[in-house]
Design a protein. Sequence first.
Lengths: 278, 287
Amino acid sequence: MLDNLIFLSAPIAGSILLAGILGYFGNHILSRGIIFIDIAVAQIAALGTMIGLLLGFAEDSVSVEISSYVFTLIVISFFALTKFQKQKISQEAIIGIIYCLGLGLALLLVEKIPGGSNYITKTITGNILWVTWKQVIYCALLFALIGIIHIYFRKQFKGISDSNRNGSLPFSIQKTRMFELVFYITFGIVIVKAVPIAGIFLVFILLVAPTAAITLFTSNWKKRFIGSWVIGVVGSVLGIYISYVFNISNGPAIVCLLGISVFILAFVKLFRKQTLKS
Amino acid sequence: MEILEFMFIPFIACILLISINVYFGIHVLKREIIFIDIALAQIAALGGVIAEVIHQSNENSLAGHGHEGQPWFTFTFSFIFCALAALVFSLLKNKKIKIPLEALIGIAYAVATTAAVIILDKSAGGDVHIHDMLTGAILWVGWHEVTILAIVISLVGAFHFIFRKKFFKLTDNYHKADTGVKNKGLWDFLFYFSFGLVIVQAVSVGGILTVFAFLIIPASISSLYANHWSSRIFIGLGVGAVVTILGLYFSWQLDVPSSPVIILFLGVVLMLSLIFKKIFRKQISDN
C-alpha cells in the first residue's frame, strides 16, 4: 500500500493542482457561458505543435513549445478583442468554429508528419498517471504566478464575468479589453500547460463540472470558489482511488465520477424543489 | 469525366447533410447549445460500444456461434441511449437549474467519451475507433448509406415541416420563461430525439467534424444576412452547396482528404462574409 501511495503521490499532487487552478477559471467560464473554450484552445495548441514539427523543430523541444504558445496566444487574443463588437454570432459559436477549423487544418497536416495521427489521439487522452514531480513543481510555480495576477485583478475579472448576465460593462471598452486580454492569455497558458499532462477531457471536466455542481446551489462567488475547489479535489482523489481499486485508467475514472455526480445533483435539485412545492 | 463518377455519391451525401444541418444549425445557434451534436453523437456511440461488448460476451459464452454482425442490436442500443439523452436534456432545461444547458451538454460529452474509452480499454482497438468517429470518410460512402440517410432525413424533415410553427416558436422563445408552446417538455424531447436520429446517421456518413461544421458554419453565415427562418435556410443551403462543389473539386485536384478542405472553405467564406458585411455597413452609415 505504501509503495502505491508513493507511486500515486505525483498524480494526486498534479490533479489537486489542476483542480485548484481549473476550479477557479471554471467559475469565470461558466458565468460567461463559453463552456467549450478550453477544447478550442487545446486544439489550437496542438495545431501549433504540429506546425512547429513541420518547420523541422525536434519533438519535445523548446521551439515546438514556443510555436504552440504563439499560435494559442494569437487566436485567444483575437477572441478576447473581438468580444465587445456588436455581433450576431454568439461567442460560443465562434469557439465552435475556431475548434472546427483548428481540427480541420490539423487533419490536413497530419499526413505530412510521420506518426502525426498520434498527436490527435494524444491530446484527447493524456495520462496523468505518468506525470513527474518535476512537471508538478514547474506547473505549481507557473500557476502560482498566474494566481497572483488574478488575485490582483480579482474585482475587474469578476465584474466583467458578471456583466455577461446583467449586460452593463463595469469599465470603459478600452480598459475592459485590456483586462480581457490578461484574462484570456493567462487562461490560454494554463490550458496549454494542463492538456498534455491530463488530456482534454480531464481538463474540461475539472474546469466545468465542479463549478456546475456548486452553481446549482449558490450564486455567491466566494462560496462557488470554495465549493468547486472542494468538489474538484475530492473528486480527483476519489477518482484516482477508484481507478486503482478497479484497475481502470485514472483520467476517465475522474471524468465519469465528477460528470455523473453533476447530473445526479441536477436531478436532486430538480425533483426536491418540486416535491416541496406540492 | 472520371471526377463526376467518383464524386457523385459524396456530393449527394454532402447536399443531404447540409440541407438538414442548416435547419438544425439555426435552432442550435439560437438556443446556444452549439456542441449538442457532438454530445449526442458520442452518447449514441457509447450505446453502440456497450451493445458490441454485450454481444461479444454473449458470443463467448455461446462458443462456436458464427461471427455475424448484429447491426440491429447495436442500432437499438444507440437508439435507446439517444432517447435517454433527449429525455435528460429536455428535463434539465428548467428554471430551477441555474447553469447553462451547454455546460451539462459538455459534461455529458466528456462522460460519454471517457466511458467508451474505459469500456474499449477492456476490449481491443479503442484508439482507432475514436479517430474514425472524428474524421469519417465521405469519399467512400456508398449508395446504401446514402439511401438510409435520405430516408431518415426526409422522415425527420417532414415531421419538422408539419410542426414547424411549434419548433420555431419553441426555439425563438427558448431563453424566455414563457415559450407560448403547450407541453413544452414533450416538444423539447421530440426536438432532441429527432435531432439525435439525424446526427447518428449523419455522423456515420460524414464523421463528427464534418457534421459539426455543416451544422454551425452555414447557419452562422446566414445569420449575418437574414433573420427569417426560410431565408436563412436558403442562404445556408446555397453557400453549403457551392462550397461542397469547390471543396470536392480541390480535394480531387490536390489529392487531399475532402472533409477538411470543405470545412476550411466554409471557414474562408465565413471570414469573407464578415469582412464584406463590415465594409458594406460602413458604406451605408457613410451615406
